[in-house]
Design a protein around this ligand. Structure first.
Ligand SMILES: Nc1ncnc2c1ncn2[C@@H]1O[C@H](COP(=O)(O)OP(=O)(O)O)[C@@H](O)[C@H]1O
Ligand SMILES: [Mg+2]
Length: 248
């Protein structure tokens, strides 16, 4: 039987740079993200959220500890194996969409499939775009799409290879609140309708309220979680974390 754990982080540590200018971005973080759940990661600016996501997704190598994706320990993989894992087993969505501006929506979505050596027939690409509500925008280039539509193309692209985990770093950070909510509703529906596992970094309590659980980071350390979060309970917790940081 497959483990109910999509990701397990054990004593995950990341030090950026070298002495004397090094920064301990993650300090022995232990966390589990369960399959088919939507987790928001929150914490003050500089608390290590992006670093955590990048290490968990295999985009960055930790300094210490372990990242486990299903039954695979990332630290045991060669660069080549890690590249293959990044292309097929995880998907990543960025704040700035990161679409290639010269390619159409369809071609952007096809990219990870090409890299993975999978088929890119039009029906499959249309299906992926239809899944994010953009079946009629396949031939549009990013410059011809709204920010929300571009982010939905980026989500379709991230899902193209059927990743075990979809990671998103501030996916609504560049969107107005209404468009942001549409993207969050899409992320929520992927979990509810398809059992997608999602881990999203955000600083917005409303965005976090779409998740099943909010996990807090403070100063590179795990700082508890909140299940069935509401914007209000999340905001209160963030205020407490931020004022604790100012005092410390
Ligand atoms: N490439 C890097 N080189 C040096 N320091 C970094 C680098 N990336 C992040 N940091 C530092 O690590 C800490 C955590 O950063 P980050 O993970 O981006 O936090 P967050 O996403 O929560 O704002 C910060 O102090 C940041 O300045
Ligand atoms: Mg960040």
């Amino acid at each position: 039987m497959r483990s109910p754990e999509a990701i397990r982080l054990t004593r995950l540590t990341k030090v950026h740079g070298r002495e004397p200018n090094h920064v301990v971005a993650l300090d022995e973080v232990d966390l589990v993200f369960h399959r088919g759940t939507f987790t928001a990661v929150m914490g003050p600016s500089g608390s290590g959220k992006t670093t955590l996501l990048q290490c968990a997704a295999g985009l960055d190598r930790p300094t210490g500890g372990e990242v486990r994706l299903g039954d695979t320990s990332l630290g045991a993989l060669s660069e080549r194996e890690l590249t293959r894992l990044r292309r097929g087993r995880v998907g990543f969505v960025f704040q700035g969409f990161n679409l290639l501006s010269s390619l159409t929506a369809e071609q952007n979505v096809a990219l990870p499939l090409r890299l993975a050596g999978e088929r890119t027939d039009p029906a499959r690409l249309r299906g992926l775009l239809a899944g994010v509500g953009l079946a009629d925008r396949a031939r549009h280039r990013p410059g011809e799409l709204s920010g929300g539509q571009q982010q939905r193309v980026a989500i379709a692209r991230a899902l193209a290879t059927g990743p075990e985990v979809l990671f998103a770093d501030e996916p609504t950070g560049a969107l107005d609140s209404r468009t942001g909510r549409q993207v969050l509703a899409l992320l929520r529906s992927l979990v509810d309708d398809r059992g997608q596992t999602e881990v999203m970094v955000t600083h917005d309590p409303v965005a976090a309220s779409f998740a099943d659980r909010v996990t807090f980071l403070a100063d590179g350390r795990a700082s508890g979680h909140l299940d069935a979060p509401s914007a209000r309970t999340v905001a209160a917790r963030m205020t407490a974390l931020e004022s604790a940081g100012e005092v410390g």
